[in-house]
Design a protein. Structure first.
Length: 192
């Protein structure tokens, strides 16, 4: 949708019936020919089309219509809506069916192998497991370690690729800070 109203003929019908705006202004706003708008006013064009109120639709304001009614040279401008779409993170635990529960330890193993810099807590958060379980899997002390095979958590629908990317970036940032702190500590001991 550009600068054209939704349902232009129905909008033109409403504007002709309910306002004192000139045919030329309505034609320009609705992207119609001026003679077509005159035909709507005469009842020759758009018979049976139900009028569409552009004010209720949020395409025009009463102030804009009143301003154009008093000034015939003014052009009606459509009110643009900006949608603010936000991604809200769901809160609370998500139910995992019994058939998918084996996917958690396998997903944790996959993350351990592919993202070794992630902490046990981060992996636990990503796959919906406990820090202790992830630690057991990492140390190969998990009760079912011999039967685990790495499985991508995104494929198992346990987390999204963006979640993994964000967690990896956070872990990298933490590692860099730790390294910087360690280097700073080593410089202080050398100077003393």
């Amino acid at each position: 949708m550009s600068d054209r109203p939704l349902m232009p003929k129905a909008t033109a019908v409403w504007l002709v019936e309910n306002t004192k705006i000139s045919f030329k202004q309505i034609a320009n706003f609705c992207n119609l020919h001026e003679l077509e708008v005159k035909g709507i006013a005469d009842g020759d064009v758009a018979k049976g089309i139900k009028a569409y109120n552009p004010i209720l639709a949020g395409q025009l304001t009463r102030e804009e219509i009143e301003a154009c009614s008093t000034d015939s040279n003014r052009i009606l401008t459509i009110k643009k809506k900006t949608l603010d779409i936000k991604h809200e993170k769901k809160r609370g635990k998500k139910y995992i069916p019994l058939s998918k529960r084996q996917d958690r330890p396998e997903a944790a193993l996959w993350l351990i192998k592919n993202y070794p810099n992630l902490s046990d807590g981060q992996i636990g958060k990503l796959v919906g497991s406990t820090k202790n379980t992830v630690s057991l899997i990492r140390n190969k002390n998990y009760w079912n370690s011999s039967n685990l095979s790495p499985k991508d958590p995104v494929v198992s629908n346990l987390c999204s690729q963006i979640d993994i990317k964000n967690a990896a970036e956070k872990a990298d940032k933490k590692a860099a800070q730790k390294k910087k702190k360690l280097e700073k500590g080593n410089q202080n001991t050398k100077n003393n």
